[in-house]
Design a protein around this ligand. Structure first.
Ligand code: RUB
Length: 330
């Protein structure tokens, strides 16, 4: 069976995710589902088998872009698992329906999660943030909507400075913001009531995988007695960790840390740029999801309920590609 070309929108989305023009776990998930939808709408495949193969190829292309945020494979899994039909038309309709449903559920999940997270924030509280998390910001936005006055100490988040996006968005919400460099965090912990971060993945043992610097912040916060909250929709739960797999930590280009000119001035050194780190559950007080608040150690129960025992990878080619699922030779 000849490979169908991927739609340019899939390629453009994959490139934008890899280049971090589309970034943040929830935003990446929505973009991936939308790209699969476009692939389905624009596909020129004339047989059901060719259509399915192209959608799987689009899933693989999108999935290969960034390894740490599990929302990406979870989004692709959600859409492709529901691909169903006997004709190209019915297969296309099933993808459109499931992609729309996924994006809609994402929006609802974020507002439900925001309501849970806002319950932890009291009028007059100060929150310390790291990176830029739409889930974490959803908690603050809901608290502000409820009429609570919230202040924020926002970490800059080297090397990509996503904290500046957080500062701008919190400013727009009317939150009083103090931006600090990452290394000032411990000094400012004494002035905050909560550390509130997002997550790219949550492992079955309750570990929180998030932007590099989260774990050091959490350890410092524990030392100072400041509660650490991770706001993470259930699409951040990493099903592979139920069966003992670990979460791959993305390493990014060293030029994000040091440009070529600076590097030449310094001399021959190694520059390491891991994008994420792992915060063990003992440093996390609560994981806030759209299904409620969980102590990290009990998140595995929710994972089992949502994923069951068997996690499939619907973007992979079936074992035999010489026949389609209806037994028709290709
Ligand atoms: C973003 C990051 C965010 C999580 C959660 O990393 O670590 O904290 O993705 O974001 P990057 P959200 O900028 O490298 O993608 O709550 O929006 O899903």
């Amino acid at each position: 069976m000849a490979d169908q070309p991927l739609d340019p929108a899939v390629e453009a989305t994959a490139e934008a995710i890899a280049a971090m023009e589309i970034r943040g776990a929830a935003t990446i998930a929505a973009a991936a589902a939308t790209a699969l939808r476009t692939q389905a709408v624009e596909s020129t495949a004339t047989t059901p088998a060719a259509f399915e193969a192209t959608l799987r190829a689009a899933g693989r292309r999108l999935q290969a872009t960034r390894p740490t945020a599990v929302s990406l494979p979870n989004a692709i899994r959600y859409v492709l698992q529901r691909m169903d039909g006997e004709t190209v038309g019915s297969l296309r309709a099933s993808i459109i329906e499931s992609a729309d449903e996924f994006v809609d559920r994402l929006d609802h999940a974020q507002s439900d999660l925001g309501a849970v997270g806002a319950n932890r924030l009291r009028d007059g509280d100060t929150v310390m943030t790291h990176c830029h998390s739409t889930d974490a910001l959803g908690c603050i936005a809901t608290a502000v909507d409820q009429g609570k006055s919230i202040s924020a100490v926002v970490k800059e988040t080297r090397p990509r400075n996503q904290g500046r996006i957080t500062a701008r968005e919190l400013c727009e919400l009317g939150v009083d913001v103090t931006l600090i460099v990452d290394s000032a965090a411990r000094r400012y912990l004494g002035r905050v009531d909560h550390v509130l971060v997002g997550a790219d993945s949550i492992a079955a043992d309750g570990s929180v995988i998030n932007k590099i610097g989260t774990s050091g912040l959490a350890v410092n916060a524990r030392d100072r007695g400041i509660p650490v909250i991770a706001a993470a929709q259930t699409i951040k739960l990493h099903p592979d960790t139920l069966t003992g797999h670990t979460v791959e930590i993305e390493t990014r280009d060293e030029t994000e840390v040091l440009d070529d000119e600076c590097r030449q001035e310094i001399g021959e050194i190694t520059v390491a740029n891991p994008a994420f780190d792992v915060t063990p559950p003992r440093y996390v007080d609560a994981i806030i999801t759209e299904r409620g608040q969980f102590p990290p150690e009990s998140i595995v129960m929710l994972m089992r309920e949502l994923f069951g025992e068997h996690v499939c990878e619907p973007w992979e080619e079936p074992a035999s590609t010489t026949m389609d699922s209806r037994g028709i030779d290709e």
